[in-house]
Design a protein around this ligand. Structure first.
Ligand code: DX5
Ligand code: ZN
Length: 215
């Protein structure tokens, strides 16, 4: 299992300390949530913060763009050291073109799906994808409650991926914690994003180890 702590839940007044914590831990990726206040109600951070994170992070940066018309910014985020970029299906009119754009920028290509969006909408592009991010909360905020229907959705996505011969990894984002991680992996998840479960824990590094022991 790949564990990607979400920096949204870090202490931004001590960002270097929290990045170092992830560097020193058994976590695999950094998950960066970019929000524009339009696609989602919240505004988080943009390229200047991503560039600062890039300077300190010793693990791949997994960028989750919760922004309208993300095609306007792919090259900019690629320039911030993104290993993977996920755009929202709901935010892209020309999704196929945007996936190409992400790959041309040298990044792994991901598509994120809001909780109400069925996995079937990816049928024609699934073979092109490296990552599918299944939102298990409505995007915009950390610390929300996991939506149980996600488990059914993961199984449907797993079937779609297997049948199409795609190599896409399944990432779960929102409300993930030690209490539901095992069930998510059994349903077919490859990547778990965890924000508050890691950074609000009394001992974040040990919590990360506990996640990894479930693998
Ligand atoms: C939600 C973000 C998530 C968020 C997860 O819009 O995409 O990555 O940081 O936070 P937790 O793990 O606290 O639900
Ligand atoms: Zn995210």
């Amino acid at each position: 299992m790949i564990l990607a702590p979400s920096i949204l839940a870090a202490d931004f007044a001590h960002l270097a300390r929290d990045i170092d914590l992830v560097n020193q831990s058994e976590a695999d990726w950094f998950h960066l949530d970019v929000m524009d206040g339009l696609f989602v109600p919240n505004i988080s951070f943009g390229t200047p913060v991503c560039k600062s994170i890039q300077q300190l992070a010793q693990k791949p940066l997994d960028m989750h763009l919760m922004i309208q018309q993300p095609e306007r910014y792919i090259e900019l985020f690629a320039g911030c050291g993104a290993a993977s970029i996920s755009v929202h299906y709901e935010a892209c009119v020309h999704l196929h073109r945007t996936i190409d754009q992400i790959k041309s920028a040298g990044c792994a290509a991901g598509v994120a799906l809001n909780p109400h969006t069925p996995v079937g909408v990816l049928e024609e592009v699934i073979e092109l994808l490296d990552l599918v991010c299944v939102m298990s909360v409505n995007p915009g905020f950390g610390g929300q409650k996991f939506i149980p229907n996600t488990l059914t959705k993961i199984k449907k996505l797993k079937t779609l991926i297997t049948q199409s011969g795609s190599h896409a990894k399944i990432e779960i984002d929102g409300g993930v914690g030690l209490q539901n991680a095992q069930g998510l992996m059994e349903a077919g998840a490859d990547v778990l994003v965890a924000g508050s479960a890691v950074f609000n824990a009394d001992h974040p590094k040990e919590t990360i180890s506990k996640f990894k022991q479930l693998a």
